[in-house]
Design a protein around this ligand. Structure first.
Ligand SMILES: NC(=O)C1=CN([C@@H]2O[C@H](COP(=O)(O)OP(=O)(O)OC[C@H]3O[C@@H](n4cnc5c(N)ncnc54)[C@H](OP(=O)(O)O)[C@@H]3O)[C@@H](O)[C@H]2O)C=CC1
Ligand SMILES: O=C(O)C1=N[C@H](C(=O)O)C[C@H](O)C1
Length: 233
């Protein structure tokens, strides 16, 4: 398939490498919002920056090009994209994390939260560690994890960045060197702790997941998630 890479930074380059190995063609690679004809592409993959994602995704949908977005930090505009996608009868997937491992981790997180909801002596917290170039905090993945806990655990109704308060899940964001992405969920009581950890060793898992999503969406119309693509959970 002919792929447009909207955002040609660390992730754009990782996706290009795997896409070529899978026999795809990269017809557009850009770090700008203009200067290309998106209709050349069968599918677009947006891994850009928070302030550019809405424009990039809307442009694809308005030109009838299915779009995958992994950009984080733009979700205040998610419902607007849903409306545009419906109006244009388009196809769209956003995932805070495209790796298979993290999508399994999302399911484990919800299952654990369901159990822990009955055990009030444990307090939950989330830690996320990323490279120092990351623009947003907390990570999109940490937000998805917090939302997963909130959906299953009766004690929590929101999350807070680097702050503890009753009913809120603290998300502690750390920025260290070139860490690709580590997420830790911790339930602690006076007597012990239970932790679930996902550690990305590199960006290949994110990139492969995004390409699998792009291959999957080609003949679809609608708004989907990685759960639809991977058929897990
Ligand atoms: N969902 C997932 O699985 C994952 C999501 N991510 C997310 O993906 C995004 C990109 O990550 P990463 O590749 O590491 O970041 P990088 O900073 O390496 O790359 C982002 C690229 O986007 C470019 N850019 C800036 N403005 C625009 C625009 N208007 N249109 C298109 N591109 C633009 C930047 O160009 P310039 O440098 O010139 O400004 C840069 O090349 C982040 O939001 C990150 O959180 C990352 C990994 C996995
Ligand atoms: O910016 C990154 O690098 C990553 N961003 C995503 C996020 O915000 O969750 C996914 C992954 O953790 C890497």
């Amino acid at each position: 398939m002919k792929i447009a890479l909207l955002g040609y930074g660390k992730m754009g380059k990782a996706i290009e490498e795997i896409a070529l190995l899978r026999g795809h063609q990269i017809v557009i690679k850009t770090s700008d919002e203009d200067g290309y004809d998106i209709t050349q592409a069968d599918v677009a993959i947006d891994f850009s920056v928070p302030k550019a994602a809405f424009f990039n995704i809307a442009k694809c949908l308005k030109h009838g090009v299915p779009v995958i977005s992994g950009t984080t930090g733009w979700l205040d505009n998610y419902e607007n994209i849903v409306s545009i996608c419906k109006e244009e009868n388009g196809a769209f997937i956003y995932a805070s994390n495209f790796s298979l491992g993290v999508n399994i981790f999302f399911e484990l997180n919800k299952n654990l939260a369901k159990i822990m909801s009955q055990l009030k002596q444990y307090n939950v917290s989330i830690e996320e560690i990323h490279h120092t170039q990351k623009l947003d905090a907390p990570s999109g993945t940490a937000i998805t994890l917090a939302e997963g806990i909130i959906s299953e655990h009766s004690e929590y109704s929101k999350w807070l960045l680097n702050e503890s308060k009753e009913k809120a899940i603290p998300i502690n964001a750390k920025r260290i060197d070139s860490v690709p992405g580590t997420h830790i969920i911790d339930y602690s009581s006076i007597t012990d702790s239970i932790q679930l950890t996902h550690t990305a060793h590199n960006r290949q898992g994110f990139a492969l997941g995004a390409i699998i999503a792009a291959e999957w969406i080609l003949d679809k119309k609608g708004i989907f998630t990685m759960k639809d693509v991977l058929n897990i959970g």
